[in-house]
Design a protein around this ligand. Structure first.
Ligand SMILES: *Cc1c(COP(=O)(O)O)cnc(C)c1O
Length: 468
């Protein structure tokens, strides 16, 4: 299986190189050359199957034989052994036709652990086989950073530097990045917002000299292996609710469009998905795009669901590529318009997007009401990201139709201040995280400046020291 860039001007890569690649050299994102499909019998067999076994079946076709099913199963079993629930991503019913898919039972209490724990094992395997080191640089709006540091702490072949926006992540999120003591993981506070952090990382990837010097690797949701790992739980939930014999709808708290793109991939692979619903907070670039056909950036507003406080959804480029019939010149034109004017028109892609997706944006008031309403009706306490999706499910899907799966992307204890403001109660951390709030923190602060950021990363990595 080869991978091609959405911008059509980067070399083809195999799976192992794509695991390390992040952004393509032409600024695009890698996608598989063709979409593998799973037979209805295979999908039906997933009902009741252990999560790691489903992961191996779903991910194996994307490796093109580079990693066997058995190896994948062993890696996945190891990756998910630290989760706090034996089903890994359990389903909980919150209404006659509505279910919550809990993706937050990993070590950092957010859905990013599902992909990151497996990605760390895939990367270690590729690097160990090649006798290479890599430097991971990632931008985080809160959850990716902790998940990456947790997944790679102590890794023999990988150093990790995570850029986070100063003052814009919760105390729990920051401490998950700043308290691990292993010398190969580094948290860096940037004087700027998430989009600034993401732009710094993109600039590092586009600086090919720097990129080669430190063997730069990516773990943001632009990394293809992360998307592939997330496809698993769509199949797990779909099969549990009757797929392939009965369609299912999914509602996804969306920021960078990685998670919901994994749902789109599941559909391309044969999972009968009736509707994919994009759930946003007031940072509503995607619902506005669906509404008026224009992808138009605005300022970012801080909310109680900070992991969705984003105005550039990087993975949306992958969907545009698919919806345009894989038209790389179209993507290049749209992305340069985005860079130059802060927006672009979807053009002919608008109708396709409307058929595929629904979307809804939740205000802070909507979020608070949804949390209280759900708790009163069922006793279930949803976090603010999940609550955005509950609002979107109610507005876009209503009560009938296919079974609705609301993805729950974070544990409420990850956002205790917001939860206390809304419910009056402070959710407690699970016992295994009991020292998190008192452990010593370690991080540095830098300006939103590419030269400063590159110098800082170059000084901390073992990959350059090895070469000079
Ligand atoms: C990252 C994150 C999201 C957004 O996911 P994308 O793949 O970026 O769309 C939503 N909720 C939480 C809690 C997250 O950490």
């Amino acid at each position: 299986m080869n991978y091609i860039s959405t911008r059509g001007e980067a070399p083809l890569l195999g799976f192992e190189d794509v695991v390390l690649a992040g952004l393509a050299r032409d600024g695009g994102l890698y996608v598989p050359e063709t979409w593998p499909t799973l037979s209805p019998e295979k999908i039906a067999s997933f009902a009741g199957m252990p999560f790691a076994d489903v992961a191996a079946e779903v991910i194996a076709p994307f490796t093109g034989g580079a990693i066997t099913r058995d190896e994948l199963r062993a890696m996945a079993a190891d990756a998910y052994s630290g989760f706090g629930h034996s089903a890994v991503t359990p389903l909980v019913q919150i209404g006659p036709n509505r279910f919550v898919l809990e993706l937050f039972h990993g070590p950092t209490l957010a859905f990013k652990d599902v992909a990151m724990q497996l990605l760390a094992r895939l990367m270690e395997r590729v690097l160990a086989a090649r006798g290479q080191r890599a430097t991971i640089v990632g931008a985080t709006s809160g959850d990716t950073g902790g998940a990456a540091i947790e997944a790679f702490r102590g890794s023999p072949h990988v150093d990790v530097a995570i850029l986070f926006p100063e003052g814009r992540v919760s105390d729990v999120q920051r401490r998950m990045m700043t308290t691990p003591t292993e010398g190969n993981v580094h948290a860096i506070s940037v004087r700027g917002n998430f989009d600034d952090c993401q732009s710094l990382v993109k600039a590092m990837f586009n600086d090919h000299g720097f990129r080669d010097r430190i063997s730069l690797a990516g773990v943001n949701s632009i990394n293809w292996a992360r998307i592939a790992a997330q496809v698993t739980y769509y199949f797990v939930a779909g099969a549990a609710l009757g797929a392939p014999f009965r369609p299912v709808s999914f509602v996804v708290p969306t920021g960078n469009f990685g998670d919901i793109f994994a749902g789109y991939v599941a559909k391309r692979m044969g999972l009968p998905i009736e509707k994919l619903v994009i759930a946003s907070n007031v940072n509503d670039i995607l619902p506005r795009t669906l509404d008026n056909g224009a992808y138009q950036m605005r300022g970012v507003v801080a909310t109680s669901s900070p992991s969705m406080d984003i105005q550039i959804s990087s993975n949306f480029e992958r969907y545009l590529f698919e919806a345009s019939g894989r038209d790389a010149p179209f993507i290049r034109a749209k992305m340069s318009a985005l860079r130059e004017t802060g927006g672009f028109d979807l053009g002919p892609v608008k109708d396709a997007m409307r058929r595929e997706f629904g979307a809804s944006a939740a205000s802070e008031q909507d979020v608070a009401e949804a949390i209280m309403r759900t708790r009163a009706a069922t006793g279930y306490v949803a976090d603010p990201h999940t609550a955005c999706a509950i609002v979107a499910a109610e507005r876009v899907l209503g009560e009938g139709g296919a079974p609705q799966v609301v993805l729950s992307t974070a544990h409420p204890a990850k956002f205790p201040d917001a939860m206390e403001d809304i419910t009056g109660e402070r959710p407690g951390l699970p016992p295994r995280l009991s020292t998190l709030m008192t452990d010593k923190e370690r991080f540095t602060t830098i300006d939103n400046d590419i030269a400063a950021a590159e110098a800082h990363v170059e000084a901390l990595t073992r990959a350059t020291a090895e070469r000079t």
